[in-house]
Design a binder for this molecule. Structure first.
Ligand code: GLY
Length: 339
């Protein structure tokens, strides 16, 4: 085993799997593959900093960069390739890359022969603490992001921290935005931990939530803390604001909204600024937005089943709060803009 590896179990009965976190953990890949696999299809992108050795014959499939390649056309091209190489139901797909790669590789695995094993090697911080864990897979349609997909759990996940040394600062910031969210889902002082423990703890928090609510009937929605405003900001900025950057702002907004609803006090709002802005040095300022448009977009968020729905902090912790009054949503936007 690579030095200082942390192993986190995602507990899902007979579909349980391990997530290996540490430097050099890609060397453990062969051990995570199903024993039936005779061949592997590696799905990756140009420029991914890690190469992997599955220890069995393999073919490499490269998908394009950019959301437009997260498409059904890419899935069809991959499956044509699997057919050409004769990939069987006993074989394995390996996704090597960030969230886009693992979402696409996972959906291809869910679809190929009605489902074959997939192992993810995550190379971005967002992927390690979120996208590669928990089995959400999918692609975009013109009508919206991630509208077609499946829950398809991997057989194992590798988070090789070596990949982070080459991550562009912006990609790193996006990961930190997702990481900041975990500070508020538990009382843990994640900032006091060294990176390997912090990533492993984030994975553990997600694993516990997924283990309790795999298909997002309830608790899993907590992983969307900060995401309701974030999704709206991504759209109003025409995606010039990256997801994790928007989540950082969304986390602080969620605190303002919880304060406006009397769920938390000023000190807890300040704690959000301290973690997101102070601890992770992420931008917490609300960009100039049309509040009516933002509120309208938040009302149409695909998670919003009963009016304006938010994940909000409160006296008993973070929970899903449906039917929030638009006037209070506006009041919190104003409070944040004026701070
Ligand atoms: N990214 C949120 C989830 O996996 O549920």
């Amino acid at each position: 085993m690579a030095g200082s590896t942390r192993t986190v179990r995602v507990d899902l009965g007979e579909r349980s799997y391990d997530v290996l976190v540490g430097h050099g953990t890609r060397s453990e890949l062969a051990a995570l593959l199903p024993s039936t696999a005779r061949r592997a299809a590696i799905v990756t992108q140009d420029g991914i900093p890690l190469t992997v050795d599955p220890g069995i014959p393999c073919e490499v499939f490269t998908i394009g960069r950019g959301e437009e390649h997260k498409s059904l056309a890419t899935i069809e091209r991959l499956c044509d390739g699997f057919a050409a190489m004769g990939l069987t139901r006993n074989d394995v797909i390996i996704g090597v890359g960030g969230g886009m790669v693992t979402d696409v590789a996972g959906f291809a695995a869910a679809s190929w022969h009605r489902g074959i094993a997939v192992v993810h090697v995550s190379t971005t911080l967002v992927g390690m603490v979120d996208a590669a864990i928990g089995g959400k897979t999918g692609v975009n349609l013109a009508a919206g992001k991630n509208l077609v997909g499946a829950f398809w759990q991997p057989s194992g996940v590798i988070c090789d921290l070596d990949a982070l040394s080459t991550l562009a600062p912006r990609e790193m910031r996006c990961g930190l935005g997702e990481m900041a969210k975990y500070h508020f889902l538990t009382g843990d002082d994640l900032l006091a931990m060294e990176l390997v423990d912090r990533v492993a703890r984030c994975v553990q928090i997600k694993a516990d939530i997924v283990g309790a609510d795999e298909r997002e009937g309830g608790r899993r929605a907590l992983l969307n803390y900060g995401h309701t405003l974030a999704h709206a900001l991504e759209i109003t900025s025409e995606f010039s604001l990256a997801h994790g950057e928007a989540v950082a702002i969304g986390l602080v907004y969620a605190a303002h909204l919880a304060r406006a609803l009397g769920r938390i006090d000023d000190a807890r709002v300040a704690q959000h600024y301290a973690v997101v802005g102070g601890g992770y040095e992420l931008d917490t300022a609300l960009p100039a937005v049309d509040p009516e448009r933002v509120i309208d977009l938040m009302g149409h968020d695909k998670k919003a089943l009963e009016g304006l729905t938010f994940v909000l902090d409160g006296p008993t912790g973070v929970e899903v709060v449906p039917g929030v009054d638009p006037a209070v949503v506006l009041e919190a936007l104003t409070a944040m803009a004026e701070r």
